[in-house]
Design a binder for this molecule. Structure first.
Ligand code: BES
Ligand code: ZN
Ligand code: ZN
Length: 565
């Protein structure tokens, strides 16, 4: 049953989560896209692939990558071979420690002089701006370090693009060209190179300003990807990177919106809207349906709130019906006050982010649908508030989950597991190839891994390998955590089958995972991702993420994982 959700009248009218993307692939085309300032989402950066020499293009600024000189003999040999094979006019200029590839002699000399001074080292995160250099058809030149060419991977490029964005923004420049010939030779596929650069720029463009009055400045409008020869894969990389970034930014926006403007009802409504025009089917269950479906645990968490809970079901079938789906489940606590076991006031406002797992599952599903991947996936988001209203769960209450297991609610603040469990039971009923859940589940996760790694839990070694491989591809940092029978024992109840909190001290993230394990069939591969530390405020670690705000953690990895079955 598709439940019709009410409109949020306070929402800016111009919000368009799924506005059509115009991307020009030929030169000399002008953008007609107007920045959508009040959408809460960044204006779409327009990418254009241009086959040209650097001297022939027109841009406000040209980005040239500087890499650190490889010291090994084999690298020197490679460099000299490449030099001898390089096209006429291009220079592979080697200064004391820095390499500038594929740029004109004049530009190389200018950059090399700064390298001699030690101002350009080629180190990652380095940017050096030459204002009004008026070289190679551009007013300004920006040198961006990418580190040692030997270690060049997608994440290094994503971060270099983030460095580029920051420098371009502070230089007040809106139209740039990236000199792709300046990138050192790499074994990375061309589409991955371009996807990473697109993501680094487009993810950096996001900030949450929807409720700030006044004019919002648009930092970067257009990017020319300049290469002296046509490179197969550039267009595809831009397309993939742009779709993924758009969906990550949409998830961030869902997360950044405050609790009063991102209720379960609004979350469901925005998901329905965002899926329009795609093959993603969204069904929303209301309170009575959730009750009728015997999700007693999930329902119990919602009882302390005036806001109606929603169970958001997303289905995408890009493959034959015979192919088992991969199922994603996300915690959608639109505000977690702790309930009767109320949280301390300091920092409680951050609990608007307690739906980031859900938002990221929504982002994952949207991206898969927009990329038209040939896979089957299901996304499930139980969404509710956790409030201390008169009907709220009380410590000691016993609730019954969809699989019949009984649970003592000994702490109403351990509510995430009480909504995920019913969703996991439903996920198992779909007979999936694998289940992945994402949740801002425990404060203990933040203590263990900070805002750097997302901790994941699975007993399945093969699945853990798949997770590690997927994360390595996308540059997201994950760390496998223990999940053992010890943790399972700690979650036994006194008066019911289970308690929602551990009877032992410590290992709070592992015992939470062990609780969830009771709701997953043993023969279905399952991994739980605790994004409590990485779900928001980790831009100090990853320069394309907001310093303050939702990150979209695990969306990129989940998209990758969905394709691994
Ligand atoms: N949403 C919180 C977990 C959380 C806390 C995420 C801080 C990010 C930052 C969760 O619902 C919660 O409150 N968990 C409790 C569980 C405890 C009562 C067993 C916690 O971690 O303190
Ligand atoms: Zn809580
Ligand atoms: Zn919570």
């Amino acid at each position: 049953m598709l439940h019709k959700v009410e409109m949020d009248e306070s929402k800016p009218k111009s919000q368009k989560a799924t506005r059509p993307r115009k991307r020009v692939m030929k030169s000399n085309s002008k953008s007609s896209q107007k920045p959508n300032i009040k959408s809460g989402l960044p204006p779409v950066i327009e990418f254009e692939v241009v086959k040209s020499n650097l001297e022939q293009i027109t841009a406000d600024l040209i980005v040239v990558f500087a890499s650190k000189k490889s010291e090994s003999k084999s690298d020197k040999d490679k460099a000299s071979k490449k030099k001898s094979g390089s096209k006429e006019g291009a220079v592979n200029k080697t200064s004391s420690k820095v390499v500038f590839e594929g740029v004109s002699k004049a530009l190389a000399l200018k950059l090399a002089a700064s390298a001699e001074d030690g101002a350009i080292t080629g180190a990652a995160a380095e940017s050096v701006l030459f204002r009004d250099a008026n070289l190679s058809g551009a007013r300004h030149i920006l040198s961006v370090g990418i580190g040692d060419a030997k270690n060049l991977d997608g994440e290094a490029l994503r971060q270099a693009a983030a460095t580029t964005f920051a420098a371009v923004k502070s230089a007040k420049v809106k139209n740039i060209a990236i000199a792709m010939d300046s990138l050192p030779h790499t074994s990375l596929a061309a589409d991955i190179v371009m996807q990473s650069i697109t993501e680094g720029l487009s993810l950096s463009a996001y900030s949450y300003y929807e409720y700030k009055t006044g004019k919002q400045e648009v930092a970067l409008e257009s990017v020319q990807i300049v290469s002296s020869h046509k490179v197969k894969g550039f267009d595809k990389g831009i397309e993939t990177g742009a779709v993924i970034s758009e969906c990550v930014n949409f998830s961030r926006w869902l997360g950044d919106r405050p609790g009063n403007r991102m209720t379960p009802t609004i979350l469901a409504e925005e998901t329905v809207k965002a899926a329009k025009g795609t093959k993603l089917k969204v069904t929303v269950w209301d309170r009575s349906k959730i009750k009728a479906e015997k999700m007693g645990s999930f329902l119990s968490v919602s009882l302390g709130s005036e806001q109606e809970p929603k169970f958001i079901v997303m289905e995408y079938n890009g493959a034959a019906a015979s192919k088992k789906p991969v199922c994603f489940v996300g915690k959608g606590l639109t505000f977690d006050s702790g309930g009767i076991s109320i949280k301390p006031s300091a920092g409680m406002e951050e609990m608007k982010y307690d739906m980031c797992g859900g938002a990221n599952v929504i982002g994952t599903m949207l991206a898969i649908a927009k990329l038209k991947l040939k896979i089957n996936v299901i996304g499930l988001v139980p969404a509710t508030e956790n409030m201390p209203g008169p009907n709220a769960n009380k410590p000691g209450d016993i609730v019954i989950a969809r699989n019949g297991k009984t649970i003592e609610v000994n702490n109403t603040d351990a509510e995430g597991r009480l909504i995920l469990n019913d969703a996991l039971v439903y996920a198992c009923e779909q007979e999936p190839a694998a289940i992945f859940d994402a949740a801002t589940l425990t404060g203990a996760m933040v203590v263990a891994l900070g805002n750097i790694h997302t901790g994941f839990f699975t007993r399945n070694d093969k699945l853990a390998e798949k997770v590690n491989a997927a994360a390595a591809e996308t540059g997201e940092l994950v760390w496998r955590m223990p999940l053992t029978d010890f943790h399972g024992k700690d979650m036994k109840g006194t008066y019911a089958d289970l308690s929602n909190i551990s009877s032992a001290k410590g290992a709070g993230s592992a015992t939470a995972a062990a609780f969830l394990e009771n709701f997953v069939d043993k023969d279905i591969p399952w991994a739980h991702f605790d994004i409590a530390g990485t779900g928001w405020h980790n831009g100090d670690r990853f320069p394309y993420n907001p310093r303050k705000g939702a990150s979209g953690a695990m969306i990129r990895t989940f998209i990758q994982l969905a394709q691994a079955f």
